[in-house]
Each structure stands twice: as structure tokens, then as C-alpha cells.
Design a protein around this ligand. Structure first.
Ligand SMILES: [Zn+2]
Length: 284
């Protein structure tokens, strides 16, 4: 089961716009289809390699490059209650007239914030009925969620080339899976007809150059990602390199076993991973 408990408030690294991100308490990575390149189809949670887009300035970045601004119980923000530390500390700088009255208000707001454990004031006025509710609702603004970069935008972002290496790694990984998608459609059709789909796979020049760049980034920043590196070697037709990387593993990883088996059979095509729970037939 996928459940959420509260939100983290994260600021865009470029424009500092605050977004709400749900905290996952327990999450289910199960999907109907998982492929050796890591593509999950109809997954309950798709992390998209941490790539996010600002709802305000359209900037693209990794979620871990955002600024932590605080926590919230709901996605609703009461503009009259400053409760994010950075916002509270920044606010006096914008106020030229600093009276004793304003200072008392600030301290009382800060004290209330501390008493709530850094959580926003409860949006109790939402349940109000009558003429005042429209006015009250105006004070509660909903934090936007981050946007997800669609697959069709990946090529353009990679071409820009101004991304950090870590962001480029994530973009190229998503692009790798996206470029494998037409083959996946072909494979499903051929499997339905009872034919071996793997002969239909031939990496294009675009796929090959993206995989080479991705392999270089992984070697530099994620040397421990041996399963992914082995899979790329295999899809490039470098079966010996793939087998060498995977033979050091203990053999309990189904994804790694699927890749190893395909590499030994000199198959370069992405392959669906069949997990133990999927092998059980309803009749068994
Ligand atoms: Zn922004």
C-alpha cells in the first residue's frame, strides 16, 4: 500500500518558489511490468529518477538539489501565519518600520510556530460556513506540487547541456528507457504471436550515443550501480563486460539474473523481468 503522511516544503533552487512534496510512509514499488532497463509500466510510484520541474519558473533540477523550507501537515498555507524558518527570518528585513507592536506579533507568531512543532496552523476555517468562508479561503493558498518532466522534453534538456552532471545522469537514464519504448511495443506484439521479439532489437545511433554517455556518467558517479552498468553493456552488445560485472553478485537479484541470462545468450534487447510472485499461476 502507498501511504502519505504530511508534506515537506521544498524551494526551487532557482526562484525559491515553495512546493509541497508528500512524505511517503510506506510505498509499493510493484508494477505490472518491469524491464531490465528499469522501466516500470503501470507502477504505483514512479520516482522519475528525482527529476523535477518548478511550477513557477519551469527550471529543471533534481529533488535533492531543492532547498528544505520546513514541514507541513497539509498543502494549505495560511499567509497570515509565518511558520517556515527561512520565511520568518527573512521577513523583518523587508520591513523598514520595526515597531514594538510588530516585534511582539512576530514573537507571538514564532512562539505559536514552535508550539506546533514547526507545523502550519490548522486550516480550521475551511469548515466554516456562511459568508465569511470565501474571505477566509483567500488566506489559505495551496502549495503547488513539482511538475514532472515529460519524456518528450528529455532530448531538448539534454541538448541544452547546461545541467549538472548528476542531473544529466538522471535525464539520460530516463531518455534511455524512453528510447527503448518503441521496442517494448514491438516486443509485446511479437510475444502475443508467440515469436521471439529479441531479434527485432537494434540500438540506433541515438540510443548508442546516449548509452555511451550514460555509461561514462555511471562509471564516474555511480560505480556501485553494477546492474544498470551491466544492462547498458548488454544492450550495446558488450556481453562479456556485462557478464563480468554481474558474476560478482550473489545471484539473489532477479533483475541481475535476468540480465546475466540474456547476456550469456548474447541477447541485447531489453527483457521483461519475471519475478517469483508473477510466476505463480492462479491454479497453483
Ligand atoms: Zn523556480
Amino acid at each position: 500500500m502507498t501511504r502519505f503522511a504530511g508534506y515537506r516544503l521544498l524551494g526551487c533552487p532557482t526562484c525559491q518558489a515553495v512546493h509541497a512534496v508528500a512524505n511517503l510512509v510506506s510505498f509499493n514499488l510493484m508494477s505490472f511490468e518491469t524491464w531490465t532497463d528499469g522501466q516500470k509500466v503501470h507502477a504505483l510510484v514512479d520516482h522519475r529518477e528525482g527529476v523535477r520541474q518548478c511550477a513557477s519558473c519551469d527550471g529543471v533540477f533534481l529533488e535533492r538539489e531543492t532547498l528544505f523550507m520546513g514541514k507541513a501537515r497539509t498543502r494549505w498555507r495560511n499567509d497570515e501565519e509565518p511558520y517556515e524558518i527561512p520565511a520568518f527570518l527573512l521577513r523583518p528585513a523587508n520591513e523598514p518600520v520595526w515597531t514594538m507592536q510588530r516585534l511582539r506579533e512576530k514573537l507571538s507568531a514564532f512562539f505559536a510556530w514552535v508550539m506546533r512543532g514547526g507545523l502550519p496552523a490548522q486550516a480550521s476555517t475551511h469548515t466554516d460556513t456562511g459568508s465569511s468562508s470565501a474571505v477566509a479561503n483567500d488566506a489559505y493558498v495551496e502549495y503547488p506540487a513539482f511538475c514532472y518532466v515529460p519524456d518528450t522534453a528529455l532530448a531538448g534538456l539534454i541538448m541544452q547541456g547546461s545541467q549538472s552532471d548528476e542531473l544529466m545522469l538522471a535525464l539520460r537514464k530516463l531518455y534511455w528507457r524512453y528510447l527503448n519504448t518503441p521496442y517494448r511495443d514491438t516486443a509485446r506484439r511479437l510475444i502475443e504471436k508467440g515469436r521471439d521479439p529479441t531479434l527485432a532489437f537494434m540500438a540506433s545511433d541515438l540510443q548508442t550515443s546516449n548509452m555511451r554517455e550514460l555509461l561514462a556518467l555511471l562509471g564516474k558517479y555511480r560505480p556501485e550501480a553494477v546492474v544498470t552498468r551491466a544492462e547498458i553493456h548488454r544492450e550495446l552488445g558488450e556481453f562479456t563486460a556485462a557478464v563480468e560485472l554481474l558474476s560478482a553478485l550473489d545471484g539473489s537479484d532477479e533483475e541481475a539474473n535476468t540480465i546475466l541470462k540474456a547476456a550469456r545468450q548474447q541477447v541485447a534487447a531489453p527483457v521483461p523481468v519475471v519475478y517469483a510472485w508473477q510466476r505463480k499461476t492462479p491454479m497453483a
